[in-house]
Design a protein around this ligand. Structure first.
Ligand code: PLP
Ligand code: COI
Length: 341
């Protein structure tokens, strides 16, 4: 199979239309079998639930080419599980996780020509999503839904690749204590748009959101969880019921313990303690692990000892081990890497 003529090494994190997408419709209480289609457009009624009341949830995952030329994806069962939880919270029907994994594999396979080659620095981003598709005008859940998966080849989420980021403590909140921060709903991202545009205007790469109730604890950024390393080499990740349970973060904690022999702890992290950490990173499917060099809290700079030129040593080891597992140079724990082809 011939690859598309794409400048893989210089891809940013953007949308490039690929050949096939998966579409399944939910009507009269049941999902149909779904099809692969070449039509990238969605045609829905002007009053569709998603357009009026933002009834939509999504996932983000990637397909990789391994060192020996196989195409694989990473822990798709966990994305399927999380989509089920997201859908339940927004009163949407469950797209069963086994069918989800099957559809993901089918869609990646159909777009094989767009899976970037090993070593290019790029990957195929996979975006499953679901939305209320029939007209809804009173505030209530839709009766009909569409589940789709498209793919797009991507490079690094942050421009500059692995150059440490500067982020600011945001005055805007991302998620309420009993709200929807723990699910992957479009509404969480819509409300972060003003904050990210403003952060960029002020020269920051991202926002650090605090817990909305006390504004003393670190939550996450608009699109990734935090990971910290203490001065004695322990990995610490923030615990909160209003952050997205990142699959990358959960995997990194296991990698830290089982591959690198590090201690790892999930606990509440106070803004006050940032100055005591040696390293900081953002982790997620899109972000992979992006190092943070500096956090700015209303003019006060908190500079991590790892500095502004490269990743800290522990972050780097975690990055290399995780990407090694994903690209097949390091043996993966059972079930983490699912072969497409
Ligand atoms: N937090 C938010 C808000 C996200 O959008 C993402 C991306 O999916 C993550 C964390 C990281 O999650 P994962 O590692 O499952 O991609
Ligand atoms: C992902 O990492 O898959 C996400 O959905 C985050 C988004 C900011 C691109």
């Amino acid at each position: 199979m011939e690859k598309k003529n794409i400048d893989w090494a210089n891809l940013g994190f953007g949308y490039i239309q690929t050949d096939y997408r998966f579409v399944s419709n939910y009507k009269n209480g049941a999902w149909d079998d779904g099809i692969l289609t070449e039509d990238a457009n969605v045609v829905i009624n002007e009053c569709a639930g998603v357009l009026q009341y933002a009834q939509t949830v999504f996932e983000g995952m990637k397909a990789y080419t391994t060192v020996d030329g196989r195409i694989v994806t990473f822990r798709p069962d966990l994305n399927g599980e999380r989509l089920e939880q997201s859908a339940a919270r927004l009163e949407m029907p469950i797209f069963p996780k086994d069918k989800f994994v099957e559809a993901v594999i089918k869609t990646i396979k159909a777009n094989e020509a767009y899976v970037p080659p090993y070593g290019s620095g790029a990957t195929l981003y996979v975006r499953p999503y679901m939305f209320g598709s029939n007209p809804v005008i009173g505030v209530k859940p839709a009766d009909e839904y569409q589940f789709r998966i498209f793919t797009t080849p991507v490079g690094p989420y942050f421009k500059g690749g692995v150059k440490p980021l500067t982020i600011r403590v945001s005055d805007f909140d991302r998620a309420a204590p009993n709200g929807t921060g723990h699910i992957k709903a479009g509404l969480n991202y819509a409300m972060s748009l003003h904050a990210i545009v403003d952060a960029h205007k002020q020269g920051f790469d991202e926002n650090m959101y605090l817990d909305a109730k006390t504004r003393t604890k670190v939550e996450e950024t608009g699109g990734a969880n935090f990971l910290f390393v203490t001065k004695d080499g322990k990995v610490v990740t923030p615990k909160s019921s209003s952050i997205l349970p990142s699959i990358t973060r959960r995997s990194l904690v296991q990698v830290a313990k089982e591959y690198l022999g590090l201690e790892a702890e999930e606990r509440e992290v106070y803004l006050d303690e940032l100055k005591d950490f040696a390293e900081c990173g953002l982790c997620g499917t899109a972000a992979v692990i992006s190092p943070v060099g500096k956090v700015v809290d209303h003019g006060k700079e908190i500079c991590f000892p790892s500095g502004m030129t490269e990743m800290g040593p522990v972050t780097k080891k975690l990055y290399e081990t995780l990407t090694g597992i994903q690209m097949g140079t390091i043996k993966a724990p059972e079930g983490w890497v699912v072969e497409i082809k």
